[in-house]
Structure formats: structure tokens, C-alpha cells
Design a protein around this ligand. Structure first.
Ligand code: IMP
Length: 212
């Protein structure tokens, strides 16, 4: 009986998932969260070199479109995620436009500068990061959400991380995301929460698939 259980565990260890992202920072963060029975494949590994245009008007939609973009050439299990920073006083901006908030061709620092200038003098600094992870299990798409609530700093702090990390401080922390190393960020992270829900689901459903 015990041997049988171990065999199922071995099957779990063999799982390879395609992670649909062109963002090396996200790849690093997700790789740091992987349980031992999952290995990742990248878009490069399957020879997919096209740019995926993120033109939906919700984070959920953009997360889904990345999965749909590879469907014609990849039939295996895969997942993608989309993340945005939602600021209460800016009616949820930059939200789905987080990557291009300051306009096409502008850099990350331009996006941060725009947020800081729009937030100048505003007392309500409440904000949240929202990640939506879409998993294609070979038949259907399932979405998982992760939220991290916090506030927007008045000046940038820290050198780690990427994106808006240097202006965001999660609730319950005295450090900005950019002042944390990866394990510290993972204690609070939206991406970690979405990914953990996905892994819970994956373990439950895939183990029962193998048990049938
Ligand atoms: P996307 O999910 O690649 O479209 O990400 C949109 C933008 O959100 C990125 O370009 C980053 O600027 C920002 N972003 C995504 N995840 C994070 C994060 O964990 N910390 C800070 N900024 C992030």
C-alpha cells in the first residue's frame, strides 16, 4: 500500500508545465515557488518567439489571452499570469495598463514617476497588486487570483525587485517590496498567493486523475 502511494508521488514529480511569460523577473519569482514535483518549460523551449500583444481591458482577459495565444502550437498543460497595480485614489489605475501606464515606449521609471506625480498630496494611499493566473489543463482554462493589499509610498525605496516594487509597501510590513529579497516578498506576494491556490488545485485534481 505504501509503495503504491510512493508511485503516485513519483508521477507527481514528473510534471512539466509551460509557463507563458516573456518577463524574466516573473520567471524568477515563480521558479522560487515551485514544488519539487513540477519543472517549468519556457516559450523558448517550445520555439515560440512571437510577442503576445496584451490588448484586453481586464487583468483576467490579458491572463487568458496569453494561454489562448499558444493553444494552436502547444497542446500540453500550461499557465500564464497577468498582474496589475490598482490604486484606490486613481480609480483602480494603472490596473490593466500597469506595464504601459506612461505610454508606449516609456520605461518603468516613467511609469513610477507618473504614479508618484498623480499621487502627490493625496492622503488615501491604499493600493493593491492583483495577479490572475490562468491554467490550461489540456481541456479547459481555470483562473486563480492573488491579492496583496498595501499602500503607495511618497518616494521610492529599495533596489530589489522590478516594476512598481519600490513604491509599494504591503500591509503588515515596514519594508517596501524593493527592500525585500525574494523569500521576504513571497510572504506577502500577490503572485505567490495566486500560485499557491493553483498548486493546491493542481495537487488535488491531478492526484485524483492518476488515482482513477
Ligand atoms: P504584466 O503582468 O507583465 O502585464 O505586468 C504589468 C506590469 O505590472 C509590469 O510591467 C510591472 O511593471 C508591474 N508588475 C507586475 N508584477 C509586479 C510585481 O510583483 N511588483 C511590481 N510591479 C509588478
Amino acid at each position: 500500500m505504501q509503495e503504491f502511494t510512493l508511485e503516485l508521488h513519483e508521477i507527481k514529480i514528473m510534471t512539466t508545465l509551460l509557463f507563458i511569460t516573456g518577463n524574466s523577473n516573473k520567471l524568477k519569482e515563480i521558479a522560487s515557488l515551485l514544488p519539487s514535483f513540477i519543472t517549468l518549460k519556457s516559450l523558448k523551449d517550445i520555439g515560440f518567439m512571437e510577442e503576445i500583444e496584451e490588448n484586453e481591458d481586464t487583468i483576467e482577459g490579458n491572463s487568458m489571452l496569453k494561454v489562448l495565444a499558444v493553444k494552436n502550437i502547444y497542446k500540453g498543460m500550461c499557465f500564464a499570469e497577468d498582474t496589475g497595480l490598482e490604486i484606490e485614489a486613481l480609480a483602480g489605475e494603472p490596473g490593466v495598463r500597469s506595464a504601459r501606464y506612461a505610454g508606449e515606449g516609456k520605461c518603468n521609471q516613467d511609469n513610477i514617476n507618473l504614479v508618484l506625480s498623480k499621487m502627490k498630496g493625496i492622503l488615501n494611499r491604499n493600493a493593491q497588486f492583483k495577479t490572475v493566473l490562468t491554467f490550461f489543463d489540456g481541456e479547459k482554462n481555470i483562473q486563480f487570483e492573488g491579492l496583496c493589499k498595501g499602500s503607495i509610498l511618497e518616494v521610492q525605496r529599495g533596489d530589489y525587485g522590478f516594476g512598481y516594487d519600490s513604491i509599494f509597501i504591503p500591509n503588515g510590513s515596514t519594508l517596501s517590496f524593493a527592500e525585500m529579497d525574494l523569500p521576504q516578498k513571497n510572504v506577502f506576494s500577490h503572485r505567490k498567493k495566486a500560485f499557491s491556490s493553483f498548486i493546491d488545485y493542481f495537487q488535488k485534481t491531478k492526484i485524483s486523475d492518476f488515482s482513477l
